[in-house]
Each structure stands twice: as structure tokens, then as C-alpha cells.
Design a protein around this ligand. Sequence first.
Ligand SMILES: Nc1ncnc2c1ncn2[C@@H]1O[C@H](COP(=O)(O)OP(=O)(O)OP(=O)(O)O)[C@@H](O)[C@H]1O
Ligand SMILES: [Mg+2]
Length: 269
Amino acid sequence: MASPNWTETEISRTMPPITREKFRTSQAVFDNHTERCLFKLSSQGHFLHLESPISIGKEANLFTARKADKSFCIIKIYRVENCDFNKMYDYLKLDPRYPLPKKNRRHVIFTWARREYRNLLKAREAGVRVPTPYAVLDNIIVMELIGDKEAGKPSPKLKDCPPANPEHFFEIIQAQMALLYRAGLIHGDLSKFNILNWDDKPVLIDMSQSTTTEGSNAQELLERDVRNVMAYFEKSGMPLQAGTMIQKITSRLRSAPEKKGSGKRRKEK
Ligand SMILES: Nc1ncnc2c1ncn2[C@@H]1O[C@H](COP(=O)(O)OP(=O)(O)OP(=O)(O)O)[C@@H](O)[C@H]1O
Ligand SMILES: [Mg+2]
């Protein structure tokens, strides 16, 4: 991982002083709240300034951002006014970690972003190949750039970059799904769009829909992930069976020595 192990104080000592005005003029147009959050994250030393837009998705805009050590990270910004927070609410309702008392747009979106951050963190801690999350603030997540960190060039997606050895690539994805499951999570939106092919190895991204293995929609999401992954690799002529794949992903939990309690609901910090 190319990110330096500096403390925030060390980073801010090396950063040129940044004023809100300077920050504002160098950025795209954001609502006031997002701009304040970006400014705060930047002042805390997570990045210097946004560099280039890389994606405008259904709910979020993504940018590369320059860090103090000149390398790049990713900033994911959920649009507060222009996103389907009803859909987010429906998903969150099924996640036992996030009881949602009220259907308030901001509350739902901020919870959604925080959940993605925590999912990434949990996956990372379990050794799953995902971007390391660095910070979350309201509707903004700062994370590791997968790709060429020095040049600020994100890795291609699996859909645009077929692996040299599909069998091997598939095996790694299946093992990652098993690791995730063992950590009590299901990706929930896994497909050739949310798997990057970096250096001929898979990295799973976009964990916004990930939920716990105890959520009431867990089995449905796992089956959907399996179907999507299979759909891609079957095109390479691999004979795959959903039942076998699900068994391989979930059986590692059953055979794990720390089985007792490993899938237990844990209160989020
Ligand atoms: N950490 C990362 N490193 C490199 N590229 C990334 C990273 N995270 C996201 N991307 C790129 O940005 C795109 C959008 O990111 P993501 O899937 O998280 O957002 P999204 O809102 O779900 O977008 P969409 O609606 O297009 O799926 C990805 O398809 C990928 O190309
Ligand atoms: Mg996506």
C-alpha cells in the first residue's frame, strides 16, 4: 500500500496552509455543506485538493484527489439532493446494524456513507482485497486509489479488462467472497462493474450495499452476487454451479475454528 504512515499532525505540518477561499476556487461546484466537509477533510490532512472527476454514478460522484505526499486517493461524494434516498432507506432497514428511526434525507444518506466506510474497514481487516478507507464525514468517503497511485490513474474494471487467467481470477474472487462471509458480510452488489482488475488480480469496490450475513435479505443478496459473478465467468467457458459456489463461500464459516460468535451481530462502534 503506497499510503504513508504519517499521523495527521505530521501531514498538516508538511501541507501548505490552505484557506477555504483557495480550496473553493480550485474545486468543482458543490453544495455548501459538501464544500464545508471537503474543506474539513482537507484541513485534517486527508488530501490537498481534488484532481479529476472519474465517475458520476447513480448516487455518488467520484474524484481523484492529490495527497500531501503527491500520490492520489479517491473521494466518493454522495449527492445529498440528487439521489434515491428511498432506495437507501429500504436497504438500511434490513441491516440489523442500523436501526433507522426516521426517514430523513440527510440522516439516511449520511448513514449510507458511514455504512460503506465501515463495510470497507471490516472487509480490509478481514484481509479482503478492497480499497482501504481513510475517512468518512457525512456524505463523503476518502479511500485508497486502486490503480497507479503515483499517476492518479484508477484501475480498469473487470468488465473492461478481462483477466489473463479467468480460472485463477475466479478462484481469487470466490476466496474473497468466502473471507467476507466469514467476517459476517455479503457484498450485495458484486458484478463485473464493481470488481477492478488491477495487475491481473481482483479488488472488490463499492460496498455501499453490503450487509451482514444476519440481515433478512442476506441470502438473496449472496445469491445475486453469485449469479452475477458466474454470468461473467461462464462466458469464458467455465462450467460453474451456483450451489457449489455458495457452498464454498459459506462452508468456510462453518469449518472456521472461531465459528462460535464469528457471525454474531456486533454493535457498531
Ligand atoms: N478505490 C477506487 N480506486 C479506483 N477506482 C475506483 C475506486 N472506487 C471507485 N472507483 C471507480 O469509480 C466508479 C464508481 O465507483 P462506485 O462503484 O463506488 O460508485 P457508484 O456510485 O456505485 O457508481 P455506479 O452507480 O456507477 O456503480 C467505479 O466503477 C470505479 O471505476
Ligand atoms: Mg458501482
